[in-house]
Ligand binder design. Structure first.
Ligand code: TRP
Ligand code: ZN
Length: 853
C-alpha cells in the first residue's frame, strides 16, 4: 500500500474553480441515506484543467454537468470531471451510511441522532466537493426524515421552509446567507429537549437562542445558555463585535471527538461542555462550559466571518480565538487564576510537544493528517503569540488592529501574515522580527544573570536566548521577546515594573539608583512562551512569594521554590544522602496558609504542588524513580509541617459556599490525608454530606491517593448513584485512571468491560485510557512496561474505530526522549507494534513514523 504523503505550505495554489452556491438535499434513512448536491461552479482564470473534487468513502450514484451525465474519473480521494465550460451546474448524487460511521467525522449517529463534523476535512466524506477553506459557498439545505423519530431537523442559517410528507415523513429547508467554507457546514436531526432564550444585540436586533439536549436534560442547559448570553455581551463591549444571524443554535451530543465545533449558526457540542447542575458538575466543569461556549461563539467573527486560506493557517482562527476566550474568562472571572491555568498548559503540555517528535511552528509547514495539528502548539502557543502582540501594542492599538483586520478581510479566507499586517498597519509598530514566532518551532531558552554594582547603585540584567533544533529545523534566529520584570527592594516595595524589549541573541539591561541589590522577578506572568533559566536563591523566591505585586508572579515563585526542593532531594538520593528540606521552604508554604492578604483561589493554586509531569518538563533527562520518591517526600514534609494549619483551614472553609473556598478546602483535604490515615474520616464525612459535585469529587480525590476500605466504599457508592449519568461516570473512570497504586492497571483492564464503558465513545475512552497515560505518570511509566502495553492495546483497537481519538492518545508514548534507555526501548517497542498493524490510519502513521525516525 502507498504510504501517506505530506502536503506543504510552500505548495499552496489558489483554487482553479470556485463554487458560489450549493444546494444539499438529504434523505435521512439509516444505511440508505441519500444526498443530492447541486453546485454552481465557476472556472477561475484562463485554463483548461478538469475540475478535481475531494471525496472519501463515498458511494457515488451519478454525476451530471448542466443536467447531462458527466465525463469523470474516480481515483483515490478524488473525482476528476472533464469539461471545458467556464461556468456550469454540477449535480452529484451519493449514498451514505451514517450508522456504520464510528470515526465521528462526516455524517454519523450519536445516540440515535444524526449529526455532522466537517472540520477539518470531513465534508469530503459527505459529498464530492472542493473541500478546502478558501472555497466559500452559500448553502441551501433540504432535510427529509421520519417525523416521529426526528422531530428536529437542523442546519446552518435561517429556516425558510418546512412541511409534512406522506409516510410519516417531514422536511425542512435552511438557508445560510453568509458564504462559508465546507468545514462550517452542519446538519443535525433528532429528538431533543429544547431550552430557549433570546438576546438583544447592541443595535437592537433580536436573536433567538436555542440549546438542544438529550431528553430529560433540559434543566442542565441553563448554565450553557447563560454563558452564551454573557459571551455575546462581552464581544460587543470588549471587541465591538455583534452577532449576525437571527438564530443561534447549540446541540449537545455524547459522541464527539473534541470539545465543540463552531458551525455557522449551529454549534455542535460535546455534552461535557453543555450539561451541568450542582449535583453532577464541578466548579471546574462550570468554568469549562463558560469558556468553550465563549470560544465557539467568538469563532463567529474569528474563524467564520474571516476564515483561513488553508489549513496551515489554522492558528489564525484558533490562536486568536483561544486568546479571546481567555480574555473573556479573565474579564468575567479571576484574571490571575485563568492566567495560571494557561501557563500550566503551556509549560506542562506545549513545552513537551515542542521538545518531542511532533514539534511544529504555530503555522506548520508540512502536514500528513490535518487532524493531528489541532494541537497545544497551534491553539495555546498560538494564543500566547497573540497575547505578546497585545502586550507590545497595548489594548487600544490591538483593538485598532482587530478593527482593521475585519475592515480588510470580512468575508475572506486569509493568512496569519494578513493578521500581523493589520496589527502592524493599525499600530505603526514594526512586527518584522516578531513574525518569526509563526515560522520557528521549539521553545526558546533564555538564560538570565544578574549583577549589582554597589558603588554606582546599578543593577544589571543580562539575557541570552537560543532556540533548540527541532525536527526539520535548525539554526534559528533570535525572537522578539516581551520580557516582563519587576524589581523589588528589601522592604518589599516595587521599584521597577516593566516589559523589556528583548530582541538580540544577547542583551544587557541596567537600572540605576539602588542603595541595595534589589530582588528581581523575571518573565512575570509568562510574558513570552520561553523557558527561563535563572538560579533563584531560596531567599529570593521567598521574597517574591511575599512581595511580588502580581499574584501570578507569587504563584510562579512558589512553583520554583517547590521544584528547587524536589530537585535537591533527587540530588540527595542520587548521592546516597538522606533527603531533607530546608526549613525556610517549609515556613514559606506555611506562610501561604497563614497569610491574610492572599485570596483563597490563589492559595489553592499555590498549595496544588507541581505535578510529576510538570517537574519532568523542567529537565532534559529525568531520573524517574528518584523523582517519584523525592516528590512524595517533599509533599509529605510540607503537609506534615502544616497539619494544624491545614486542619484549621479545612474546618473554617467547610461551611463557606463559594467555588474559591471549595477549591482551597479540597486542596487542604488532599494534603491532610497524606499526613495521617485518621484524617480519612474527614473525607468520608465530606463525601456523605456533600450537596455538590465539587465536594463529592474533592473527597473522592483525597481518598483515591491510597488503598483503603474507605476508598472502596466511596467509589462503590458513587458508582451506584451515578451509573446512568455518563458525564459523572467519566469522573469515576478518571479516578481509577489516576489511582497511584500497583493494582491500578488490573483495575483498568477490568473497567474496559464495565457496562458504562465503550470504546466507541471518546469521552469514556479519554476518561479511562487517556487520563491514565497523560496524568498517572509513575504508573504509566512502570518498568514492567504494563502501562505502555495497556495504552498500546487500546490504541490498536481504536485505530479501527476512531483514528482521531487513537492518535490523540498516543502523545505520552511518543515523548520518550527524556526517559532512561530502558523505558525508551519499551516505548519504542510499543510504537513498532503499532506501526506493524494492518490498515494503520494516516493519523497514527504520521505520529509513529515521526517518533521512530
Ligand atoms: N474548531 C473546533 C474548535 O476549536 C475544533 C474541532 C471540533 C475539531 N471538532 C473537531 C478539530 C474535529 C478537528 C476535528 O472549537
Ligand atoms: Zn476553536
Amino acid at each position: 500500500m502507498a504510504q501517506p504523503q505530506a502536503k506543504y505550505l510552500k505548495d499552496y495554489q489558489a483554487p482553479a474553480f470556485q463554487i458560489s452556491h450549493i444546494n444539499l438535499d438529504f434523505s435521512l434513512n439509516g444505511k440508505n441515506t441519500s444526498l443530492v448536491a447541486v453546485s454552481k461552479v465557476v472556472r477561475v482564470g484562463d485554463h483548461a484543467e478538469p475540475l478535481i473534487l475531494d471525496g472519501e468513502n463515498i458511494q457515488l450514484q451519478s454525476v451530471k454537468v448542466n443536467g447531462v451525465p458527466a465525463d469523470f474519473i474516480q481515483s483515490a480521494g478524488k473525482l476528476s470531471i472533464n469539461t471545458q465550460l467556464t461556468q456550469f451546474e454540477l449535480e452529484v448524487v451519493s449514498k451514505l451510511d451514517p450508522e456504520s460511521n464510528t470515526s465521528l467525522e462526516g455524517l454519523y449517529m450519536s445516540d440515535g441522532a444524526y449529526c455532522t463534523q466537517c472540520e477539518a476535512e470531513g465534508f469530503r466524506s459527505i459529498t464530492y466537493f472542493l473541500d478546502r477553506p478558501d472555497v466559500l459557498a452559500i448553502y441551501t439545505v433540504r432535510i427529509q426524515a421520519d417525523k416521529a423519530l426526528f422531530p428536529y431537523l437542523l442546519s446552518n442559517g435561517n429556516l425558510i421552509n418546512s412541511g409534512e410528507l406522506e409516510g410519516g415523513l417531514h422536511y425542512v429547508q435552511w438557508h445560510d446567507p453568509f458564504p462559508k467554507p465546507a468545514y462550517l457546514f452542519a446538519l443535525v436531526a433528532g429528538d431533543f429537549d429544547l431550552l430557549e432564550d433570546e438576546f438583544i444585540t447592541r443595535s437592537g436586533r433580536k436573536v433567538k437562542l436555542q440549546v438542544f439536549v438529550d431528553k430529560g436534560n433540559q434543566h442542565k442547559a441553563h448554565h450553557a445558555i447563560a454563558s452564551l448570553k454573557k459571551s455575546m455581551a462581552w464581544d460587543e463591549t470588549r471587541f465591538n463585535l455583534e452577532y449576525d444571524l437571527d438564530i443561534y443554535m447549540i446541540v449537545a451530543v455524547d459522541f464527539f471527538n473534541m470539545g465543540a465545533m463552531e458551525n455557522k449558526g449551529l454549534n455542535v457540542f460535546n455534552t461535557k461542555y453543555v450539561l451541568a447542575d450542582k449535583a453532577s458538575a464541578t466548579d471546574a466543569d462550570y468554568h469549562g462550559i463558560e469558556s468553550v461556549v465563549g470560544h465557539e461563539y467568538f469563532h463567529n467573527w474569528t474563524g467564520n466571518r474571516v476564515t483561513c486560506r488553508d489549513w496551515f493557517q489554522l492558528s489564525l482562527k484558533e490562536g486568536l480565538t483561544v486568546f479571546r476566550d481567555q480574555e473573556f474568562s479573565s474579564d468575567v472571572g479571576s484574571r490571575a487564576v485563568n492566567r495560571i491555568h494557561a501557563i500550566k498548559v503551556m509549560k506542562n503540555q506545549q513545552f513537551a510537544e515542542d521538545s518531542g517528535p511532533m514539534a511544529h511552528p504555530i503555522r506548520p509547514e508540512s502536514v500528513i493528517e490535518m487532524n493531528n495539528f489541532y494541537t497545544v502548539t497551534v491553539y495555546n502557543k498560538g494564543a500566547e503569540v497573540i497575547r505578546m502582540m497585545h502586550t507590545l501594542l497595548g489594548e487600544a492599538k490591538f483593538q485598532a488592529g482587530m478593527a482593521l483586520y475585519f475592515e480588510r478581510h470580512d468575508g475572506q479566507a486569509v493568512t496569519c501574515d494578513d493578521f500581523v499586517a493589520a496589527m502592524e498597519d493599525a499600530s505603526g509598530i514594526d512586527l518584522g522580527q516578531f513574525r518569526r514566532w509563526y515560522s520557528q518551532a521549539g521553545t526558546p531558552e533564555v538564560i538570565a544573570s544578574e549583577s549589582f554594582d554597589a558603588a554606582t547603585g546599578t543593577f544589571c540584567l543580562t539575557l541570552e536566548q537560543s532556540t533548540p533544533d527541532t525536527p526539520g529545523q535548525s539554526d534559528k534566529l533570535p525572537q522578539h521577546i516581551p520580557f516582563d520584570i519587576e524589581l523589588i527592594d528589601a522592604d518589599g516595595n516595587s521599584v521597577i515594573n516593566q516589559v523589556l524589549d528583548f530582541t538580540q541573541q544577547s542583551q544587557e539591561f541596567s537600572f540605576t539608583g539602588f542603595n541595595h541589590k534589589p530582588f528581581v522577578s523575571l518573565l512575570q506572568g509568562f510574558s513570552a512562551p520561553v523557558k527561563l533559566e535563572f538560579d533563584y536563591s531560596i531567599e529570593q523566591l521567598l521574597h517574591l512569594m511575599r512581595f511580588a505585586s502580581s499574584e501570578v508572579a507569587k504563584w510562579e515563585a512558589s512553583v520554583s521554590l517547590f521544584s528547587l526542593c524536589v530537585w535537591q532531594c533527587v540530588d540527595h538520593l542520587q548521592n546516597n544522602k538522606t533527603m531533607y528540606i530546608d526549613n525556610r521552604i517549609i515556613d514559606g508554604f506555611k506562610g501561604i496558609l497563614l497569610a491574610d492578604d492572599l485570596n483563597e483561589a490563589l492559595m489553592a493554586e499555590i498549595l496544588t504542588l507541581p505535578s510529576a509531569g510538570s517537574l519532568i518538563e523542567q529537565t532534559d533527562s529525568v531520573d524517574l524513580d528518584n523523582l517519584e520518591v523525592a516528590r512524595q517526600f517533599a509533599v509529605l514534609e510540607i503537609a506534615t509541617a502544616c497539619e494544624d494549619e491545614l486542619l484549621t483551614k479545612t474546618r473554617l472553609l467547610s461551611s463557606q459556599g463559594t467555588a474559591e473556598a471549595r477549591a482551597l478546602k479540597n486542596v487542604c483535604l488532599s494534603l491532610l490525608l497524606k499526613v495521617d490515615d485518621t484524617h480519612r474520616t474527614l473525607a468520608v464525612k465530606q463525601f456523605e454530606t456533600a450537596d455538590n459535585m465539587t465536594d463529592t469529587l474533592g473527597a473522592l480525590t483525597a481518598l483515591n491517593a491510597e488503598q483503603s476500605s474507605e476508598r472502596e466504599q466511596v467509589l462503590a457508592s458513587f458508582e451506584s448513584q451515578w451509573l446512568e449519568t455518563p458525564l459523572a461516570m467519566d469522573k469515576w473512570f478518571s479516578l481509577h485512571a489516576t489511582y497511584t497504586s500497583a493494582g491500578c492497571i488490573d483495575q483498568l483492564e477490568k473497567l474496559l468491560k464495565h457496562e458504562a464503558f465503550s470504546m466507541s465513545n471518546p469521552n469514556r475512552v479519554r476518561s479511562l485510557i487517556g487520563v491514565f497515560a497523560a496524568a498517572n505518570t509513575f504508573e504509566f511509566h512502570r518498568l514492567n512496561g504494563k502501562g505502555y502495553q495497556f495504552l498500546t492495546s487500546a490504541i490498536i483497537e481504536l485505530n479501527k474505530v476512531n483514528p482521531q481519538v487513537a492518535a490523540r492518545m498516543i502523545t505520552p508514548l511518543i515523548q520518550f526522549k527524556k526517559f532512561d534507555l530502558v523505558r525508551q526501548d519499551l516505548m519504542k517497542a510499543s510504537l513498532q507494534q503499532i506501526l506493524a498493524i494492518d490498515d494503520l490510519s494516516k493519523d497514527l502513521y504520521e505520529k509513529v513514523t515521526k517518533a521512530l525516525s
